[in-house]
Design a protein around this ligand. Structure first.
Ligand code: DX5
Ligand code: ZN
Length: 239
C-alpha cells in the first residue's frame, strides 16, 4: 500500500472536485476556495477525444495546477499505458484508468503501482480503476490485487452536468461486497451527476469518495458548496 493511499484514506469520506465548470480565467482563486473548504482533492478530467467525445487537458495542465490538494487524475484516454509516466511526472497523486480503455488493463494498473510520486517522493501513486455505467462489476474481480480505488461512473464520460444514473447506488453496494473479498482496504468512489440532492444517498450507499464538478462550481459560492458536499459525505445528509 502506498503512503499516498494512506493519505487519501485518511481524508475519506470526502469529495474530489472537478474543475470543468470552474472559472478558468481565475483558476487560482477557484483552487483556493477548495483549499479553504478543506476537501483535500482536486479532480482533473483528461479526455482524449477518442475514448470519450471531448478533448480537455493533458500533463502540462496537471503540472501547472499549483496546489497542496491531492491531484486526482481521471484518464478517459484510450490505451493510457504510454502516457502514465507523463502524468506522474506532472504531479498526479491518483491516476484512474478505465477498464474499458485498455486491452491489457492489468498491465496498466501494475504500471501505475510502480510510478514515483513527484510531490511526495517515495510515497507512490494511488491506483484507480473506473467503470462506465454499462460495464458489469464482474470486470473488477480479477483486478482487485492491483487496485486501490474503484470509481463507478454514474454517467457516460464526456461532459459535466449530466444526470445521475440511479442504478449506481445499487452498484456501489455491490462493489463494496466485491472489494471486501480483498485482504486490504479498497476505496469506492462515484463520479458524475453528483448533486447536493443525491450526495447523501451516495454516502449512505457506501461510497468513500464522490467526484463533484458542476455542483460546486455552479456560479454561486463554490467554497460553501464544497463545504456542503463534504459534510454531506460525512453525515450522509440529503437535502
Ligand atoms: C465526466 C467526468 C466527471 C464529470 C463530473 O466525464 O469524469 O468527472 O465531469 O462533473 P459533474 O459533477 O458536473 O457531473
Ligand atoms: Zn471524472
Amino acid at each position: 500500500m502506498s503512503q499516498t493511499f494512506a493519505r487519501l484514506r485518511s481524508l475519506c469520506p470526502t469529495v474530489s472536485v472537478g474543475t470543468l465548470t470552474a472559472d478558468l480565467m481565475d483558476l487560482g482563486s477557484e483552487l483556493a476556495r477548495l483549499e479553504r473548504a478543506d476537501v483535500g482533492l482536486v479532480h482533473i478530467d483528461v479526455m482524449d477525444g477518442c475514448f470519450c467525445p471531448m478533448l480537455t487537458v493533458g500533463p502540462w495542465y496537471v503540472e501547472r495546477l499549483r496546489t497542496p490538494l491531492l491531484k486526482d487524475v481521471h484518464l478517459m484516454v484510450r490505451e493510457p499505458l504510454d502516457s502514465l509516466e507523463r502524468y506522474a511526472g506532472a504531479g498526479a497523486d491518483i491516476i484512474t484508468v478505465h477498464v474499458e480503455a485498455a486491452v491489457h488493463i492489468h498491465r496498466v494498473l501494475q504500471h501505475v503501482g510502480m510510478l514515483e510520486n513527484v510531490n511526495r517522493p517515495g510515497e507512490g501513486v494511488v491506483r484507480g480503476l473506473a467503470l462506465n455505467p454499462g460495464t458489469p462489476l464482474e470486470r473488477l474481480e480479477p483486478l482487485l490485487e492491483e487496485v486501490d480505488l474503484v470509481t463507478l461512473l454514474a454517467i457516460d464520460p464526456g461532459w459535466g452536468g449530466q444526470t445521475f444514473a440511479p442504478a449506481t447506488l445499487e452498484r456501489v453496494a455491490r462493489t463494496r461486497e466485491i472489494v471486501s473479498a480483498a485482504d486490504r482496504q479498497i476505496l469506492v468512489c462515484v463520479d458524475g451527476g453528483v448533486t447536493k440532492r443525491n450526495i447523501g444517498d451516495i454516502a449512505r450507499a457506501g461510497a468513500d469518495l464522490a467526484v463533484t464538478g458542476s455542483a460546486v462550481f455552479d456560479g454561486t459560492d463554490a467554497e460553501a458548496n464544497a463545504r456542503f458536499v463534504k459534510a454531506a459525505m460525512h453525515e450522509g445528509l440529503a437535502r
